[in-house]
Design a protein around this ligand. Sequence first.
Ligand SMILES: Cc1cc2nc3c(=O)[nH]c(=O)nc-3n(C[C@H](O)[C@H](O)[C@H](O)COP(=O)(O)OP(=O)(O)OC[C@H]3O[C@@H](n4cnc5c(N)ncnc54)[C@H](O)[C@@H]3O)c2cc1C
Length: 287
Amino acid sequence: MLTNFSYIRPKSLKEAMKNLSAQGAGLHAGGTDLLGCLRDHVFEIKKLVSISGLKELKGINEIPGNGFRVGALTTITEVAENPMVNKHFAALAQAAREVASPQLRNQGTIGGNLCQKPRCWYYRGEFYCLRKGGNMCFAVAGENQYHCIMGGGPCFIVHPSDIAPALVALDASVRVTGPKGSRSVPVEKFYVLPSEDVRRETVLRPGEIVTEILLPTASGTHSSYRKVRTRASWDFALAGIALVLRFNGDVVANARAVLSGAAPIPWRSREIEVAITGKNLDPDVIA
Ligand SMILES: Cc1cc2nc3c(=O)[nH]c(=O)nc-3n(C[C@H](O)[C@H](O)[C@H](O)COP(=O)(O)OP(=O)(O)OC[C@H]3O[C@@H](n4cnc5c(N)ncnc54)[C@H](O)[C@@H]3O)c2cc1C
């Protein structure tokens, strides 16, 4: 059963921020992750501040000469289907298409996808684990076949988003607005390892809202996102990779490779980047 909370749907970003400053307030976008967390008592909220009516946080547009902007409330379906995204940022469009099911993509937003909570079954279940303020990670000696293989400790969550690794590979930033003003954070620096702070997943400060995602111009690059999951139907990544390459003739001049499903944050693999840069991508190099 859900614990009672009050509900407010502000008409402006300013009003949303004011309401979010209240003790126990929580932000709601599409609700596809948040409501599950509340129902399962992963955490509690006293006041639910829904930003879903803020039109200025919706839509995708070109910033002439300076890349593209995706509003945080743009649905994942809109990202997946947008012709500009498909033309310039194939990895992002492909990652968006790999997220969950059509219904969840229609309701879930890109901002919510980046800020969703991890899927560790101990964290989501009735276990008072480190991430909830307890004193142990139950995955260490427990059922951990889907936990992280890189970057873990003292907690071993896997970062759940397909979109975030694509954004890191594309060198995107998020624009964040809060009580102390606005700032831009590269998506690569947006996530926090458990060894830095086991109680939070992002650098967001209390009351801060992701308002938009900024993608630098990607002309001359090729990009893709591929994902492996345990079943053919919708599921989180068992492993995945976002790859952005710039070629000089047939040779890789520049590479950014980011793994999903492997670590508590989107995991940039410098090893892959070094291994393929300066090479012709023949089957041996790819293997
Ligand atoms: C069954 C299922 C399968 C799924 N499979 C996948 C998958 O394969 N790949 C994948 O990537 N995802 C998957 N997801 C996650 C899904 O993509 C997210 O639930 C969705 O993107 C969240 O968006 P939302 O707008 O509904 O966020 P909400 O549920 O409203 O919010 C999620 C969290 O983010 C915070 N938040 C939301 N928007 C902002 C913002 N603008 N600024 C700051 N904080 C914010 C909220 O406070 C909340 O804590 C799955 C989810 C479900 C339920």
